[in-house]
Design a protein around this ligand. Sequence first.
Ligand code: SF4
Ligand code: SF4
Length: 115
Amino acid sequence: MAIKITEECINCGACEPECPNNAIYEGGVEWALADGTTVKGNFTLLDGTVAAADQRFAPLSTDTYYITPNKCTECQGFHEEPQCASVCPVDCCVADEAYEETVDALMAKKELLHA
Ligand code: SF4
Ligand code: SF4
């Protein structure tokens, strides 16, 4: 299950540098698979569409920091706990029930992002 940031976010920015996958973006900033990963060429997104690694996508939030589920692995393969949730001062990094993923699936995503 990916992690999401709720509207309780106070935009402190503490979580962004902690993410091993660069899955966290400031509100209003477009995201791309290639940011902070080794992805080159094409990549299949969670919704099944194929996108170029350097293609930039519309922000999921304009007011607060957000996490793209396409890059969140719950920190599997890097840390015991989701690092964003660990550092967030207002506990607004929570499980995103829209994206149920097994540990194996999260590890496979991690391998794709960091080949
Ligand atoms: S759980 Fe880990 S991989 Fe997912 S957004 Fe938070 S820091 Fe990044
Ligand atoms: S650490 Fe929490 S409050 Fe700070 S930017 Fe990240 S999600 Fe928002």
